[in-house]
Design a protein around this ligand. Sequence first.
Ligand SMILES: Cc1cc2nc3c(=O)[nH]c(=O)nc-3n(C[C@H](O)[C@H](O)[C@H](O)COP(=O)(O)O)c2cc1C
Length: 314
Amino acid sequence: VLHFTKKLIQAPLAGFSCAPFRKLAHQWGQPDFCCSEMLSAKHIASGSIQRKRYYYKDPAEGPLCIQLAANDPNDLAIALDAVLQWGPDMIDLNCGCPQPKIRKKRYGSQLLADSAKLGQLIKTMKSLTPIPVLVKIRVDNRSGDDYNQSVAAAVQEAGADAITVHGRHWTEDYDVPVSYRDIAAIKQAVSLPVIGNGDVFDTASARRMFEETGCDALMIGRASVGQPWIFDQIACELENKSYATPDLDEIGRIFLAHVQGLMGLEGEKIALLQSRKLLKYYTRDLVDIHSINHAESFGSFSMLERLVSQFFVE
Ligand SMILES: Cc1cc2nc3c(=O)[nH]c(=O)nc-3n(C[C@H](O)[C@H](O)[C@H](O)COP(=O)(O)O)c2cc1C
C-alpha cells in the first residue's frame, strides 16, 4: 500500500508542521509525504481541537500523514471518524513523545512499555481506516535488542503498514547522537517498511542512515525547517547529481511566502510572532541574524518585507 518514490519524508514538528510549511516542502522538495504535528485523539474526540492549523489541509499540498497521540481505543475511534474528513493520506500513531506530561498520561513514548495496548491501538486504526497506518517509535538502547525487536514485532503483528524509528531513547536529547545500530536491529526484525529518523541534515548524513541501518526511507525533521528544498537536494545528490540551492533572494521570498501562509491561517499577529522563530531557520548562517532581530522588524508584514529586501541579498 505504501510506496516510496523519493524515500524522503518530512517529520512531524510541533509548532511548525501546518499546511503552509508542508505546502512549501511539497513545492520545493517533494518529499513522499509530510506529517501534521501530534494531535491528541482525546481532544479531537471531545471537539476541542479548534485552531485551523491543526486540521486544515491545503489543496496545493502533497500527501499528508496526520499524527495522533492516543491511549484509549474509544477516543481513537471517535477521533478517526473526524480526522478522516480532513483528507489525510495516512495516519500515524505517536509512540515517541518524551515529554513528562504526555508520558504521565500514558501517551507517546510511554506506549512502548505496553505492547498489548500498542497493538490494540494499531488494530483499532487498521479496522477503521482504509488508508495506511504508520507508527513512529524511538529505540530503546537501554533494554537491548530483544526489547526493540519485541516492540517492532508487536507493531508488525498488529498490522501497521510502516514503522518510523527515531534512533534515540526517550530520555535522550539531541546532544546524544542517533543510534544507527538500534534502527538496524529493528529493520532486521520486521518485514514492513522501516523509516529511519534522526540527525539527517545533509546528503552525507542521509547516505549514512541508509547504509548503516538498511532503512527503506528516511524522515527529516529539523533540517527541513527553512530549507524546504532539502528533500530534492538530498535525492539529487544521492544520485551524484549536482543541486543548486535557491539563492538568498529566493530564500527571502520563500520565508515571506511561509509567513503569508501563516497569516492566511491564523491572522497577521500570530503569523508575525511565529516569523521570528522561523527567521532563524531561513537565515541559518547566511545572514547575520543579530543585526535584524529587533522588535520593529516584526511589527507588520510590510516591515518584514522591507527587512527581507534589505538583508536577503547576495
Ligand atoms: C520542535 C520539534 C517538534 C517536534 N514535534 C514532534 C511531533 O509532534 N511528533 C513527533 O512524532 N515528533 C516530533 N518531533 C521529533 C521529530 O519528528 C524527529 O523525530 C526528531 O527531531 C529527529 O529528527 P531530526 O534529527 O531530523 O530533527 C519534534 C521535534 C522538534 C525539534
